[in-house]
Design a protein around this ligand. Structure first.
Ligand SMILES: [Zn+2]
Ligand SMILES: [Zn+2]
Length: 291
């Protein structure tokens, strides 16, 4: 969804050809443009960063408050496993490996924001700034994103690359769709709200009724609902859901049923992949299992 600087390539190709034609006329031609210290492209005189790199970096700083919310939600979603309480033993199945790196990552974001804010707004001659006093994180991000001095910093490349790799890491955590995906409805008949859980979670706590349920049971409920309603999915999604519910069903099995005419796609998704009704796949599966 968010693509950081995959396409921040320098755009110098046509400028070099034009300057080549004028090099022999004089060597006194003043530099009409500066060089972006990040991408090597052309930028305004006196600036150290081109408009494109500048726009990307400010964009990250502006997006971060929302990304931090997502990170926080991701962190909290497993908080009921109690991994941080001393003396508490974690079950081997608890998804704690995910959470502590997220915590570290959030700390790294705050550290980077402090470093950038200090670089822009707090010269070492201001003692209070060097003694750990700084505005709240969200304010620092906002102020830095709007700072006209950002594109004049002589060491901007160091900061840019630090933020660039941090953004990648953040988006790896929050932007992978299955990191926290919808798994089905709350099994409580009086509740029935849509539940989501991190991938590989074993249990899920309903935020509405407060009940804790096994993810397998929620998935099984979702499977039954999809079978009843005739919902269709890609072969991979069908196989995944069925496997989660304890059926043995691989993608290749579904493909072979199709080639033998035992099932027919019920349509296509936006990417042109064929969609199969879960009910059809499940029917074939039951037939095979019964043999
Ligand atoms: Zn640039
Ligand atoms: Zn509930």
């Amino acid at each position: 969804m968010y693509e950081p600087t995959n396409e921040s390539q320098p755009t110098t190709t046509n400028t070099t050809t034009t300057t080549n034609t004028t090099t022999n006329t004089s060597q006194t031609t003043p530099a009409l443009a500066g060089v972006c210290l990040v991408c090597g492209g052309e930028c305004a005189v006196g600036d150290t960063m081109c408009a494109r790199c500048d726009g990307l970096m400010r964009g990250w700083l502006r997006e971060y408050p929302a990304w931090l919310d997502s990170l926080h939600e991701f962190l909290d979603s497993t908080a009921h496993y109690g991994g941080r309480q001393p003396g508490r033993v974690n079950l081997p199945a608890a998804p704690t490996p995910i959470r502590l790196p997220v915590l570290d990552h959030m700390q790294a974001i705050e550290d980077a924001a402090i470093a950038l804010w200090r670089r822009l707004y707090a010269p070492p001659a201001m003692p209070w700034a060097t003694y750990g006093v700084h505005p709240p994180l969200v304010d620092m991000l906002r102020v830095c994103a709007g700072s006209p001095r950002l594109r004049r910093m002589p060491d901007i490349a160091d900061f840019y690359h630090e933020w660039e790799s941090m953004v990648r890491k953040t988006l790896d955590i929050i932007d992978v769709p299955p990191s926290k995906h919808g798994i089905g409805r709350c099994p409580n008949p009086l509740c029935g709200v849509e539940l989501s859980a991190p991938i590989d979670a074993v249990e899920v706590t309903c935020p509405v009724c407060g009940g804790t349920y096994r993810v397998v049971d929620v998935r099984l409920g979702f499977l039954k609902e999809c079978i009843a309603s005739g919902k269709a999915f890609t072969a991979g999604e069908c196989a995944e859901l069925l496997c989660e519910c304890g059926f043995q069903c691989g993608v290749n099995t579904i493909y072979s049923w199709r080639s033998r005419g035992r099932i027919q796609p019920a349509g296509k998704n936006g990417k042109g992949q064929p969609l199969y009704r879960l009910a059809d796949v499940h029917r074939q599966l039951s037939r095979r299992d019964s043999i």
